[in-house]
Design a protein around this ligand. Structure first.
Ligand code: ADP
Ligand code: ADP
Ligand code: MG
Length: 641
C-alpha cells in the first residue's frame, strides 16, 4: 500500500479520507489555505502544507502547488476528494506526469464524462437510456429555441460543463426560453468558463436515483442505488439507500446500465451514475434515464457504506495501488437502510442562502455516523461550502432509519450560525417523505418546511432567563438570582422584539411572555416549564440558542447583553434554602457581570450565583458555612446612577 498520501481537499471529506488512511496505516499530508490554518483537517493530518490565501483559485485549485507539496513530503499519491480538482483531467495528467498516482479515474475517463452532452452521447452508444434532448454543437439561440420546441415543454437547459446545480434553468413555456437561456449561459460562463448548454426534456415529478459503481479498469461492479430526490435548488439535502419502492427487476436494470456505462469507458475507481426517474407510476424498468456520471467519490457515499459494509475510500486506495476489486458483484448485498442528512450553515427562509459564523457550540448524540470537518470554535467562512456535517443513520429497515434520524436531529446542537437543522427535522417528519412518496419537487411544494419555528412562551421564557444571566446555561450547573426580583428583558426573535417579565419564586421563576405566564422551576435534571421538561439552552455572545426539536435562536439587544437587571442596588438572593459553600467576593471589590459571587449548596447540588451586572460590591451579608433561607440577600452591589 502507499506509504503516504496527500489529500487535496478540506473539510469533512479531507477528514473522512484521513480516517481510512489512518486505519490502513497510510501516512497523511493535508493542504490548506490561510482561512483553514487552524482547521480540523490540518490538525488531523500527519503533516500539513500551506497552499496560499483563502480564495480557491489561489489555494485548493492550485494543482501545481499541490503536486509540489506531494513531492516535497514524499507522497506517492494524491486523493482529490470531491469538488475542487477531483474532476479536472488536466490535473490528473499533471499528477501522473509528476510520477504520482491520482486516486481516481483516468484523465481519459473524466474527459469522456466531463461534459454532459458528450457523456450522454457516449452512454446512448453504450445502450444506456438517456433523457431525450438536444446535444448539438450549434449553440445559436434560434436553433436552441427550435430544438426546445421539438422536445416539447417543459424543458431543462443545462450547462454542458455544469455541476452543483449551476447553469441549470427549468423553462415551462416558449416565451420564457430566451431569457432563461441567457441567464444559464451567463452563469455557466462564470462558474465553468464554458457557456455551452444542452436541452433536455424535463421529466415531471422526477426522482433522482443514482447507482454507485466501482471499477478497476478491467471489471466493474455496482454497490446498489441511492435515492437523492430530496433537493433544494437542484441540490441534494437528504439521501438514502436503498431507494424506497425499488424492485428487484428495476434494481437489476439500473445496476446493469450503470455497470455498462462504467465498462464503456474502462472505468477505474469510485463513480456514480445519476439517473432521472419518472416516478409518476412507480419504478419501472423503462422509466429511468442517464443524466450524468460523477467521476469521483460522492458527498453521499456514507449511505452506501452503511448498507454494504464497504469502505469506499479503502477501495479507492486499493484500486489506485493496483489491486483488483475487493469483492465480486455476487459478494455484495444490502443490509438494512441508511439515511444521510446534510447539515449546513444556511439561511433557509431566505432561500437556503449560505451563512457564515463561528460555531459557539456543536454536539451530536450517539447513534449516528458524523462526517464533519468542524467542531466547537471552528469558523464557517464565506470562502467554501458551508457544510457543518453529514449525519448518517443506519436501521434494520426504513422505518428504523427514519426514527433514528428523527431522534438524532432532535438531539443535535449547533449554535453560532443559522443552520438548516430545523428544516431537516421538519423534512424528516414530512408525511410524503415518511411514506417514501418523494420527488425532486417535494421541498419546493412544501413552503411550510422552510418556515422557521415560531417561539412558544415556555422556550422564550427560558431563553430570557438565560439571556439575563439568571439561569446558567447548559450543562445546568446552577442558577443565579438577584434583586430586583422582578425583571423585564427584551429578546429579538428575528426582527421582532419580545418583552419578557420575570418574577423570582422559590426554586425558579414565573415568567410572563405576552399574556402567558410560565412557571419555570429547576430540579436536578434541569428546567421544567409548567412541569414539562425543557430543552437545553446556550447563551453565546449576544445570542441565545434553544436546542432540541425546532431549535430557536434569539438575539440579545445591547442593554441586556451588558448584564441584565436595570437600576436598583442589585442584590444576589438565595434562590432556595441552602448552605453557603463559598463566598467569592469582598466589600469594595469590582465585579463584572457573570463573575462568581457565592456558591450555595442546596438540593444536593452546588449553585453558582453570579454578578447580575458590572459593579462594586457594597455588602456581603453571609459567610461560608451559613445556612440561609430562600430569598435573602447574600451580596448587594452598589447603586449606580
Ligand atoms: P453530489 O451529487 O455529490 O451532491 P454535486 O455535483 O452537488 O455532487 O457537488 C458536490 C460538491 O462538489 C459540491 O458541494 C461542490 O463543492 C463540488 N462541486 C461539484 N461540481 C462542482 C463544480 N463544477 N464547480 C465547483 N464545485 C463543484
Ligand atoms: P448537476 O451536475 O448540477 O448535479 P444534474 O444533471 O445531475 O446536474 O441535475 C441536477 C438535478 O436536476 C437532478 O438531481 C434533478 O433533480 C434535476 N434534473 C436534472 N435533469 C432533469 C430532467 N431532465 N428532468 C427533471 N429534473 C432534472
Ligand atoms: Mg448531478
Amino acid at each position: 500500500m502507499f506509504d503516504r498520501v496527500l489529500i487535496a481537499n478540506r473539510g469533512e471529506i479531507a477528514c473522512r479520507i484521513m480516517r481510512t488512511c489512518r486505519a490502513m496505516g497510510v501516512g497523511t499530508v493535508a493542504v490548506y489555505s490561510d482561512a483553514d490554518a487552524d482547521a480540523l483537517h490540518v490538525r488531523m493530518a500527519d503533516q500539513a502544507v500551506r497552499l496560499g490565501p483563502a480564495p480557491v483559485a489561489e489555494s485548493y485549485l492550485r494543482g501545481d502547488l499541490i503536486i509540489a507539496a506531494a513531492l516535497e513530503t514524499g507522497c506517492a499519491a494524491i486523493h482529490p476528494g470531491y469538488g475542487f480538482l477531483s474532476e479536472n483531467p488536466d490535473f490528473v495528467d499533471a499528477v501522473t506526469a509528476a510520477g504520482l498516482v491520482f486516486i481516481g479515474p483516468s484523465a481519459q475517463a473524466i474527459r469522456a464524462m466531463g461534459l454532459k452532452d458528450a457523456a450522454k452521447a457516449l452512454m446512448a452508444d453504450a445502450g444506456v437510456p438517456v433523457v431525450p434532448g438536444y446535444l448539438g454543437a450549434d449553440q445559436s439561440p434560434k436553433v436552441l429555441a427550435e430544438e426546445a420546441g421539438k422536445i416539447g415543454y417543459p424543458v431543462l437547459i443545462k450547462a454542458v460543463a455544469g455541476g452543483g446545480g449551476k447553469g441549470m434553468r427549468l423553462v415551462e413555456a416558449p416565451q420564457g426560453f430566451a431569457e432563461a437561456l441567457e441567464s444559464a449561459k451567463a452563469e455557466a460562463r462564470t462558474a465553468f468558463g464554458n457557456a455551452d448548454v444542452l436541452i433536455e426534456k424535463y421529466v415531471q415529478r422526477p426522482r433522482h436515483i443514482e447507482v454507485q459503481v466501482f471499477g478497476d479498469g478491467t471489471d466493474a461492479v455496482h454497490l446498489f442505488e441511492r435515492d437523492c430526490s430530496l433537493q433544494r435548488r437542484h441540490q441534494k439535502v437528504i439521501e438514502e439507500a436503498p431507494a424506497p419502492g425499488m424492485t428487484a427487476a428495476v434494481r437489476e436494470a439500473m445496476g446493469d446500465a450503470a455497470v455498462r456505462a462504467a465498462r464503456a469507458i474502462g472505468y477505474a475507481g469510485a463513480g456514480t451514475i445519476e439517473f432521472i426517474v419518472d416516478a409518476s407510476d412507480g419504478l419501472r424498468v423503462d422509466g429511468f434515464w442517464f443524466m450524468e456520471m460523477n467521476t469521483r467519490l460522492q458527498v453521499e457515499h456514507p449511505v452506501t457504506e452503511a448498507i454494504t459494509g464497504v469502505d469506499l475510500v479503502e477501495w479507492q486506495l486499493r484500486v489506485a495501488f493496483g489491486e483488483p476489486l475487493p469483492l465480486r458483484q455476487d459478494q455484495l448485498a444490502i443490509r438494512g437502510h441508511a439515511i444521510e442528512a446534510r447539515l449546513y450553515a444556511e439561511d433557509v427562509p431566505a432561500g437556503f442562502l449560505p451563512a457564515t459564523g463561528t460555531l459557539a457550540h456543536l454536539a451530536f448524540p450517539q447513534g449516528a455516523r458524523i462526517d464533519s470537518g468542524v467542531e466547537t470554535g471552528s469558523e464557517i467562512s464565506p470562502w467554501y461550502d458551508p457544510m457543518i456535517a453529514k449525519v448518517t443513520v443506519h436501521g434494520a429497515d426504513r422505518a428504523g432509519a427514519l426514527a433514528a434520524m428523527g431522534r438524532v436531529l432532535a438531539e443535535t446542537q449547533v449554535a453560532g450560525t443559522v443552520t438548516n437543522l430545523g428544516f431537516l427535522q421538519r423534512l424528516v417528519a414530512e408525511p410524503d417523505f415518511q411514506a417514501g412518496r418523494m420527488d425532486t419537487g417535494l421541498i419546493g411544494r412544501q413552503a411550510g418546511l422552510a418556515t422557521p419555528a415560531v417561539a412558544d412562551p415556555a422556550r422564550t421564557a427560558l431563553a430570557a432567563l438565560v439571556a439575563a444571566g439568571i439561569a446558567e446555561d447548559m450543562p445546568w450547573q446552577g442558577f443565579a438570582l438577584w434583586a430586583p426580583q422582578r425583571q423585564r428583558v427584551a429578546l429579538m426573535e428575528g426582527e421582532t422584539a419580545v418583552a419578557v417579565d420575570m418574577m423570582a419564586r422559590p426554586g425558579g421563576w414565573d415568567v410572563a411572555v405576552g399574556d402567558v405566564t410560565v412557571a419555570l422551576r429547576r430540579d436536578a435534571g434541569g428546567w421544567r416549564a409548567d412541569g414539562a421538561r425543557m430543552p437545553q439552552v446556550l447563551r453565546h455572545g449576544a445570542a441565545v440558542t434553544v436546542f432540541g426539536p425546532d431549535p430557536l435562536r434569539f438575539a440579545i439587544p445591547d442593554a441586556l447583553a451588558r448584564g441584565g437587571a436595570e437600576g436598583g442596588g442589585d442584590a444576589v438572593l438565595a434562590p432556595m434554602p441552602g448552605l453557603v459553600a463559598q463566598v467569592a467576593v469582598a466589600v469594595g471589590q469590582t465585579v463584572t457581570a457573570g463573575d462568581r459571587m457565592v456558591v450555595l449548596e442546596a438540593m444536593k447540588m452546588e449553585h453558582v450565583l453570579r454578578a447580575p451586572r458590572d459593579g462594586v460590591v457594597a455588602e456581603v451579608a453571609v459567610a461560608q458555612g451559613d445556612q440561609v433561607k430562600a430569598g435573602v440577600a447574600l451580596v448587594t452591589l452598589a447603586v449606580v446612577d
